[in-house]
Design a protein around this ligand. Sequence first.
Ligand SMILES: C[S@@+](CC[C@H](N)C(=O)[O-])C[C@H]1O[C@@H](n2cnc3c(N)ncnc32)[C@H](O)[C@@H]1O
Length: 389
Amino acid sequence: MVDPSLNLPEPPPELAALSQRLCTRIVNEIEQHGPIGLDHYMRMALYEPGLGYYSNGLLKFGADGDFVTAPEQGRLFAESLAGIVMVVANRLNTGFDVLELGPGSGALARDLLMTLNPLPERYLMLETSATLRQVQQETLAALPAPVAQRVEWIDQPPASGFSGVIVGNEVIDALPVCSFEVQADGLMERAVALDASRFGWQLRPPSDRLASAYQKLSTDLDEPLPNGYCSEICVDLPDWFGSVTQSLDQGLVLMIDYGYPRREYYHPDRAAGTLVAHYRHRAHFDPFVWPGLSDLSAFVDFTALADAGLAQGFELAGFTTQAGLLLGSDILQSIETIANDRERLALAGELKRLMLPGEMGEKFKVMALTRGLELNSSAFQFSDQRGRL
Ligand SMILES: C[S@@+](CC[C@H](N)C(=O)[O-])C[C@H]1O[C@@H](n2cnc3c(N)ncnc32)[C@H](O)[C@@H]1O
């Protein structure tokens, strides 16, 4: 039963049936193994072949989907990132490659490739979802042939060394997370169990990986988290980061996502965590509503991301808000020079959505991690927030 107070539109019967098929698989998993971690549940709800949110072929992005990401707003986001990519390209003596993680509809790839000059030798797309790959291929079909020839889809991070830029927008928030609750006698994991007629939470002792990730984070906090405090940890983040960046010999990793530095993420006031579901442009906090039809994500602990980078020999070259990044780029000046009023106004509206604090400007952060290269980019100098980490 979906809580009517959430006020969510009913899915049509065929989509409700698809969600039901996914629920049956998750129920089987729980009946076989007992309650499963939230990370296990998210993996199935998002990536179960043919049924999971990112694997079922339904529209996700844009006005008719469930949410709108920055590259879907228009070309300005890609243009501001292109400025940073060009700083890296100019530092490297040889050609450069771009690896995009989780390219979604392919909008960022399309607009970056239309802006970058010179073009990267290769534009690699690492996408876990077969159906999204198809969407990306359709989006990029509009590119001129010499540009499109640079694009390659890959199943695994590149095995041999490369130099250039790895970029991921809203990818880390889609990685499965574990959920925990602090109790008087220690940490408990919130696992997903079968309730009377739906899924529900059940507490159990934490896995070793969750316990050690929690131990590490609690040493960084100013005060212990209070009893009853619930939140999430992406225990997979360090290994995932290591695997996607292992072959980067020289270059930059650029991650954009909603999130906080650790002390703000695990602030005593944020006692219900950051897990959020998106369904038809409505955000809510019940991860068990229509699995497969709702996106599930958690905010990013950017201190954990910086730590993962430092552990792999990266340097923290920049941390700022999305608004700071745009203000530090030359996008504002370039809009002012556009003579066509209608175009200029449309771009100013797009810029507002990307930059305003109530929209994406403050909630979204941008982190730059470099290996074997110094990054002097004005985009990170306008509002350097590394001290918050
Ligand atoms: C929220 S969407 C963001 C899409 C796109 N980057 C954008 O900004 O519009 C998350 C994307 O990450 C992909 N993804 C999730 N986990 C991934 C992983 N481990 N490796 C690569 N892509 C992944 C999803 O399939 C999806 O394309």
